[in-house]
Design a protein around this ligand. Sequence first.
Ligand SMILES: Cc1ncc(COP(=O)(O)O)c(C=O)c1O
Length: 383
Amino acid sequence: MFPDEGMEEEAVLDELRKKTSRDLTFNSGKILGSMCTYPHPLARRVLSEYLDRNLGDPGLHVGSQAVEMEAVGMLSNLLGLDKGYGNIVSGGTEANILAVRAFRNLANAEKPELILPESAHFSFLKASEMLGVKLVWAKLKEDYSVDVGDVESKITENTIGIVGIAGTTGLGVVDDIPALSDIALDYGLPLHVDAAFGGFVIPFARSLGYELPDFDFRLRGVRSITIDPHKMGMVPIPAGGIIFREKKFIEAISVPAPYLAGGKVWQATITGTRPGANALAVWAMMKHLGFSGYREVVRRAMELSRWFAGEIRRIPGVYLIREPMLNIVSFGTRNLEKVEEELKRRGWGISAHRGYIRVVMMPHVRREHLEEFLNDLKDVLTR
Ligand SMILES: Cc1ncc(COP(=O)(O)O)c(C=O)c1O
């Protein structure tokens, strides 16, 4: 009910504290199944200082817009492009929708179709419904990467583009993007890489010596990439990233916004008013951590994943769904639903709705949390 009279600030905050006391927090170490993490202290400071900046009206916040473009530039460089075109957006969902929208608008197909792996994120379902683009699902191979032959066999004159995934949501699998890129070039189709999760992992893991396929703009068929700073980039929610190889993709999704206080601009994002502070935090975190800082974050996460996978393998009745490629370890057990329910009852933030339990080694996840989790898992299994 809308309150008749206002309350004191402290009373409001007290009530909020009570109402949110049931939330799990990242600092507790109990959240193991999320791709988000605690806000880095620097990002917190940036957010509180620049909360009023609106990138939907960049004429008013010219400096912030320039910083957003610098952040887009840094992300493009990380992904192998000298100069890319894009925006800091609300997350991987918006980024994927923008890529599909650009492909559709440039293709002019009568009945547009997009070919994507069965492992693709559900954001493409939203894109499909909103944009009137039919999804054509490509099968997965035994290793859960997309079957490139199946992708090729599904190309028709209505195909507007192909999607490959660099870090699937469930298992962290990186598709054979080089082969998808070749097909895209052969058929003159654009390839979109959903690296919402892997974008802030793969470049660093490769520099640490982990063998992972090429996945970015170094492959000529790749036309756009989703990369989310609010996942392994350690920037507070919401902060996603969409990068296009060429300006024409941005132009294909831009609409005029004529009556803003700062003057007429063209907007290429779904949201109009949008948080400048988060884009500034993306910039600030990349400046602060640099390649070497993120590499250390990824080193810890990858080492923890390999250790955890080894521990999982030693528990009778528990099996890995596949060897981890990135910092995601997914496993199955007998009586999965019961095991999930009991682990949840003990306060663990995990889920098994995909048919397995997924543990994402985000920066807030420490070995002691995982040891505690493993003890609980073993205990639950012996009941
Ligand atoms: C591969 C992939 N793409 C897209 C998304 C959607 O990102 P968001 O939840 O930030 O919209 C996710 C989220 O987990 C993801 O894993």
